[in-house]
Ligand binder design. Structure first.
Ligand code: 1CP
Length: 333
């Protein structure tokens, strides 16, 4: 059994496997080297040779306990035919939605649009390349994808005032997303993903109707993934009630964000927990890193716990600090 499955399924409390969200990314000089020569981010995600190299970079360098495929949550809108671009120093920029076309999209067209991702997973699963490691596939949660598809740019400055204007559009998109996110999950599992993580990066922006936007759509994906026989990790970033989320949605494991005080969860949540550390701690010094990392490890000493961050690793993170982090986690007793 892989270290992470052992933690999730056997609920092992004695080991703390470690991997990091965005471990394949901009803090790595070897990633930046490839990125420099490939200015189109979507094309990079659709190049199975390069995306395999990038997926393996953090494994080769640090020996993390799991690999997460190099891809992006916005590959689903791309697969659905919406224009998706990544502009330098700006972030994602999406085109208009054609709802009729989108609702009429054939499964096979979606599959073909994203087939290099499935090829990546197949290649990585071959020849025991990952040794005793999980291969994590992922999707964006319906709410977070809805946010990007309608808002068209990052909602880091809030949702546009017209976001909820067309409820018919929102309802149709939620239905369509449920169908195609499931297809993307199934295709990834068939191609070799051994765990699925659902990123709901903007869950904290949901103010009303948590049933409609958070609990129901996520539960639908969680049940679907469990039925495929694969563990599913949820990351509903920024929500105020992780306890309620876990009781309703029941993922195999929950990733917490850094705004949650981990002490308040320990008596309430009985499923395995992942993550939590503020990625900004990696920008401080080794002493502070040690005390913060140890704090999480001590709090979760008697709980199945996978070490990870409370959000993606920041591009300005020094390699040395990542090495130190791994040392601290592996030496913890
Ligand atoms: O070089 C570059 O400019 C590209 C930077 C980059 C990278 C390395 C983007 C653009 N995406 C990725 C890879 C990526 N994205 C992975 C790879 C696997 C890993 O190592 O973890 C994953 C899992 C994602 C998931 C993702 N993309 C999320 C969910 C996690 C999170 O950070 O909240 C989100 C919100 C995105 C959208 C996205 N893609 C890229 C950017 C800059 C953004 C966020 C923009 C915003 O602020 O809205």
């Amino acid at each position: 059994m892989t270290p992470i499955k052992n933690c999730i399924l056997n609920k092992d409390i004695n080991t703390n496997p470690i991997w990091l969200m965005r471990q394949a990314g901009r803090y790595l000089p070897e990633f930046r080297e490839i990125r420099k020569k490939n200015s189109n981010f979507i094309n990079l995600c659709l190049n199975p040779n390069l995306s395999e190299k990038i997926t393996l970079q953090p494994i080769d360098r640090f020996g993390f306990d799991a690999a997460i495929i190099f891809s992006d949550i916005l590959m689903i809108p791309y697969g659905l035919g919406q224009k998706v671009e990544f502009k330098k120093n700006f972030g994602p920029n999406l085109g208009d939605i054609n709802l009729n076309e989108l609702m009429a999209l054939e499964d096979s067209v979606f599959y073909n649009n994203l087939s290099p991702i499935y090829e990546l997973l197949k290649n990585l699963s071959k020849n025991n390349k990952l040794k005793d490691r999980d291969l994590i596939g992922f999707v964006g949660a319906p709410w977070t994808l809805l946010v990007y598809m309608i808002n068209k740019v990052s909602p880091k400055n809030g949702l546009s005032s017209s976001f909820f204007e067309d409820i018919g559009l929102i309802n149709n998109l939620l239905d369509t997303l449920d169908k195609f996110i499931k297809l993307h999950i199934k295709n990834q599992v068939t191609a070799g993903a051994t765990i699925i993580q659902i990123f709901d990066s903007w869950a904290g922006l949901i103010e009303n109707d948590l049933e409609k936007y958070l609990y129901n759509p996520t539960l639908s994906l969680v049940n679907y993934t469990k039925n495929l026989g694969v563990p599913v990790i949820c990351f509903p970033r920024g929500i105020s009630d992780y306890d309620k989320f876990c009781k309703i949605v029941k993922p195999s494991m929950v990733n917490i964000d850094y705004n949650i005080n981990p002490k308040t969860l320990i008596d309430k949540i009985d499923i395995p927990i992942q993550g939590g550390l503020d990625p900004k701690v990696l920008l401080t010094d080794k002493e502070n890193l040690k005390s913060e990392v140890t704090r999480y490890l001590q709090i979760f000493r008697d709980h199945p716990y996978v070490f990870n961050l409370g959000h993606g690793i920041l591009p300005e993170t020094q390699i040395e600090m990542v090495e130190e982090l791994i040392k601290i986690v592996r030496n913890f007793k």
